[in-house]
Design a protein around this ligand. Structure first.
Ligand SMILES: [Zn+2]
Length: 142
């Protein structure tokens, strides 16, 4: 999947999750989706905290190296970068895109920069280890 195709797909998805009350600082659904895709482009589709690409995370999910979390309805958390609010407000200044694993772990309990510095790097190391195992398995098969 090309990055551009993915980004367009995410624009459509994020428009659908727009919530007037929650996301009012983004003006409207297009404002939220535009911000989201600008962030994706700026950060090369990586989590703000662990700097792991969402494409690598999707790969790990598809290979059952990490699990997703079922949510009410029929969705799951894991395969998309989530909008992490900070300072209890959704705005362009406070929000970052975070993988489910960082977002869920950080929750609203830790400071954005403190979390990135002390936990992001370790998660990245763990994801890299899993990705290495996947590569290793492929090499062993060849
Ligand atoms: Zn992350």
């Amino acid at each position: 999947m090309s990055n551009e195709f993915y980004i367009q797909e995410q624009h459509r998805r994020v428009e659908k999750i727009y919530n007037k009350k929650k996301h009012s600082n983004f003006i409207n659904k297009k404002g939220l989706a535009d911000w989201y895709t600008t962030e994706l482009r700026k950060n090369d589709c990586k989590c703000y905290y662990c700097e792991t690409s969402i494409f690598d995370i999707i790969k790990l999910i598809n290979l059952y190296k990490v699990k997703t979390r079922a949510v009410k309805g029929n969705g799951v958390r894991g395969p998309v970068l989530e909008i992490d609010k900070n300072d209890n407000i959704y705005s362009k200044e406070t929000c970052v895109l975070a993988c489910y694993y960082c977002n869920n772990d950080k929750s609203y309990t830790l400071d954005k920069e403190e979390y990135k510095q002390h936990f992001g790097e370790n998660r990245k190391r763990f994801f890299d280890k899993l990705l290495q195992e996947v590569l290793q398995t492929k090499e062993d098969k060849n």
